[in-house]
Design a protein around this ligand. Sequence first.
Ligand code: G3H
Ligand code: 13P
Ligand code: ZN
Length: 293
Amino acid sequence: MLVHIGKIIHKKMIGRYAIPAFNTSNLEITEGVIRAAEAQKAPIILQTSVGALEYAGIEELVGLNKIAARNASVPIALHQDHCKDVELLKKLIGLGYSSVMIDVSGLPYEDNVKITREVVKYAHKAGVWVQAEIGRLLGNEDWQNVKSGEDLMTDPDEAAKFVAETGIDTLAVAVGTWHGIPVNPHTKKIMHTLKEHIDLPRLRAIATKVKIPLVVHGASGVPDVQLREAIKENVVVFNIDTDLRVAFNAALRKNIKNHPEIYDPRKLFAPATEALQKVAEEKLEILGTKGKA
Ligand code: G3H
Ligand code: 13P
Ligand code: ZN
């Protein structure tokens, strides 16, 4: 069932388990993560990036997700991931999202506060939650400067001030994880040598000062034990996209290679969707979400 995010993120869960926010941009991913949630009797957040909305079309993708969520046997909330465009967020609120992320964390602090407050004012009138970010995660273009990531991490005092000045509902923190897979921009090769790691002392310092639920982005590739430790420090949502993509792509590539006779895309996609579902189910076990629907 389609639910408000406030129904699946609540005080009782803090410190005990967390909800994965799975990114989706097409039918296969939406179906795969919802099947995983149903199999594990778990609530999930279904989220779209701006890129996903551009790829599939806003009304098309939102419509698909909304209907799939409504028809599901477990609670599912719709959330917009990283977005700088205030007008787009307003449109998504109108289309039924119960949570949106305004991400202008790349701007100077004062501008981040000003724009975030504007979104909070609008969203709260509609009963919608707002997530914003303080600090910045590394992404695909940053791998060569990966050491500079330290400077971009969330400062606990600044985070507490930001929450007080904006009135946001959930805070995304930068604690050492990153988006996507590190690829060397020159050789185009995956840099296997980089291992993701949550800075738990920093997270603990943030959790002591910030009294709203925390969100960790870039949660793909983080060791299970660290995810569980982070839950104890008030993290209630982990954003997961890359691990799903990797599983989907590997199964799809294998199927195409092994079955050159298949010409029906549905048959090409089927094992890929299953592989993605399996990874989503594993995440629901790791985060303790299994059985919480
Ligand atoms: O935050 C990043 C998510 O993985 C979405 O990625 O912009 O490629 O859809 P995307
Ligand atoms: P990953 O790339 O680690 O899956 O992170 C996804 C994310 O944070 C989306 O906002
Ligand atoms: Zn993110």
